[in-house]
Design a protein around this ligand. Structure first.
Ligand SMILES: Nc1ncnc2c1ncn2[C@@H]1O[C@H](COP(=O)(O)OP(=O)(O)O)[C@@H](O)[C@H]1O
Ligand SMILES: O=P(O)(O)OC[C@H](O)CO
Length: 505
């Protein structure tokens, strides 16, 4: 009898494999980073072969470290960085080009042209998304137009598209030897190619980007007994394990944070930040710069939708302090350094490296540090970086409250940055509501395991999953209302200064 469920979490900076027991406790984990390839300003790529090799290694290592075998796993889930686009040749498994990452802005002229032609409004209505560099449609178009031979190959069925879920799934299920080409509704809802009502690829949308249907994976529920087949490759599992859960990482975190009722929300702090609010089985169309997206679909149940506030740069601003500016040597040092000052010393940092995502959607924005005086130091910059993470989250919380009428009485958080105690305290201060982190902080992998385990009966239903959630830490707001209001007003002024900077053709 298999006592555990496993999940691959293929993220922007790393890939991990995690194993959970029946009570949702972490049993094993292995994680490996992959290279961030930055060929030009605004371009961000990953090597899909490296990602697949890392996936293999983390599965093997997580099992080996705990003396487990594949037979100990009842099922596997896959969750992934969304939108990041891989196009490969199914005859040999070779990618035609590096994966174009969600943060990459090379498709800004494609997005601008969609807006100019009026097609942007059709994309908003059908796909629930503003035309932006963020989503997969423009990235596929770019590969079709710029990589020799791919368009012809795609028309003949020799080029497959997938986000990294589909790439990992295809490889795990046999690769060129019968690999399954499939994705789930949550990933498909991030392409600008799927109609949110029919939950199918839409010919009009495919036409906007010139994407042949033959390259697209089948769209399936996020939790499904049949669609994703079994992991049967000799490596890394050496046994046939059913793959029964697939969903985008932010939707997986929503499932892991047990946000199963309309009005429940979570905010994940990783490379970027992603606030997701469950809106139930009704589509809510944002009037304030949020995305309408699919939260999850379990088996034959109706799809559950969400409003999402996606922020491109949060934890990656801390990486920038470390790698580019050499202000710190480790992400955790951002806290130590920021604690040496009382406040930001008047300095605001808006890390609009990829333009601004929600709620602004301005690809012409670029990063700015404003309010500088000779008094300011590295410590103020560290503090301003943590504040930027929190103010950007306030921007999307405000938009969410305006769109949905839901007023949060507590913000559920998770992700790498939540290890930063000062940042979480600032978040409570900036929002004026408590911030709460669960015991299992790896909610993304947990949610993918839940999706997989629900399909096989390892877990009965979402009521059972709810009983697993436990708070580990809570931060209460401490700022006065005056300080909160003044700080936010200054932040909004700083955001204004970043706009209309980059030239979009
Ligand atoms: N103590 C910390 N303080 C601030 N940021 C941190 C800290 N620890 C990790 N991070 C940031 O968290 C991010 C990684 O979080 P993770 O949830 O693993 O992200 P992802 O899933 O996007 O790869 C990195 O951008 C890193 O800079
Ligand atoms: O891999 P993460 O955690 O940075 O998440 C990336 C998002 O899915 C992008 O939409």
């Amino acid at each position: 009898m298999a006592d555990f469920v496993g999940a691959v979490d293929q993220g922007t900076t790393s890939t991990r494999f995690m194993i959970f027991d029946h009570a949702g406790n972490e049993v094993a984990k292995h994680q490996l980073e992959h290279a961030q390839i930055l060929p030009r300003s605004g371009w961000v790529e990953h090597d899909p072969v490296e990602i697949w090799e890392r996936t293999n290694s983390v599965i093997q290592n997580a099992l080996r470290h705990k003396n487990l075998t594949a037979e100990d796993l009842a099922a596997i889930g896959i969750t992934n960085q969304r939108e990041t686009t891989v196009v490969w040749d199914p005859r040999n498994g070779r990618p035609y080009y590096n994966a174009i990452v969600w943060q990459d802005t090379r498709t800004d002229s494609i997005a601008a042209a969609l807006e100019r032609s009026g097609q942007g409004d059709i994309i908003r209505r059908k796909a629930g998304l503003p035309p932006a560099t963020y989503f997969s449609g423009g990235k596929i178009q770019w590969i079709l137009e710029n990589v020799d031979g791919v368009r012809e190959a795609a028309e003949q069925g020799h080029a497959l598209f997938g986000n990294t879920d589909a790439w990992v799934l295809w490889n795990l299920t046999g690769g060129p030897d019968g690999g399954i080409h499939a994705t789930d509704v949550t990933n498909a809802s991030r392409t600008m190619l799927m109609d949110l009502e029919t939950l199918d690829w839409d010919d009009e949308l495919l036409g906007f980007f010139g994407v042949p249907r033959a390259m697209l994976p089948s769209i399936n529920p996020s939790s499904d007994r049949e669609a994703y087949g079994t992991a049967r490759t000799s490596r890394p599992l050496r046994a046939a394990i059913p793959i029964t859960g697939v969903l985008g990482d932010q939707q997986a975190a929503t499932v892991g944070q047990v946000c199963y009722a309309p009005g429940e929300a979570k905010n994940t702090y990783g490379t970027g930040n992603f606030l997701v609010l469950n809106t139930g089985t009704e589509l809510v169309r944002s009037q304030h710069g949020l995305l309408t997206t699919v939260a999850y679909r379990f088996g034959g149940d109706p799809a559950v939708y969400a409003l999402e506030g996606s922020i491109a740069v949060t934890g990656s601003a801390v990486q920038w302090l470390r790698d580019q500016m050499k202000v710190i040597t480790d992400a955790a040092d951002s806290e130590t350094l920021a604690r040496t000052v009382e406040d930001n010393g008047g300095m605001y940092f808006v890390p609009a490296f990829s333009g601004l995502f929600a709620p602004y959607w301005r690809s012409d924005a670029r990063g700015a540090i404003v309010g500088l005086a000779r008094y300011n130091s590295n410590a103020h910059l560290a503090r301003a970086t943590l504040e930027a993470i929190c103010y950007q989250s306030r921007d999307v919380v405000e938009a969410m409250e305006q769109d949905s009428g839901v007023h949060l009485d507590v913000l559920k958080v998770d992700g790498g940055v939540t290890a930063n105690d000062l940042c979480m305290q600032i978040q409570a201060d900036v929002l004026g509501v408590p911030v709460s982190r669960p015991v299992v902080a790896e909610t993304t992998a947990l949610g993918a395991s839940y999706a997989a385990g629900l399909a096989t009966g390892f877990w009965r239903d979402t009521d059972e999953l709810r009983t697993h959630w436990q708070e580990s830490r809570r931060w209460e707001p401490q700022w006065s209302e005056d300080r909160r209001q003044q700080g936010y007003a200054d932040w909004k002024k700083a955001v204004e200064r970043t706009l209309d900077w980059a030239k979009v053709e």
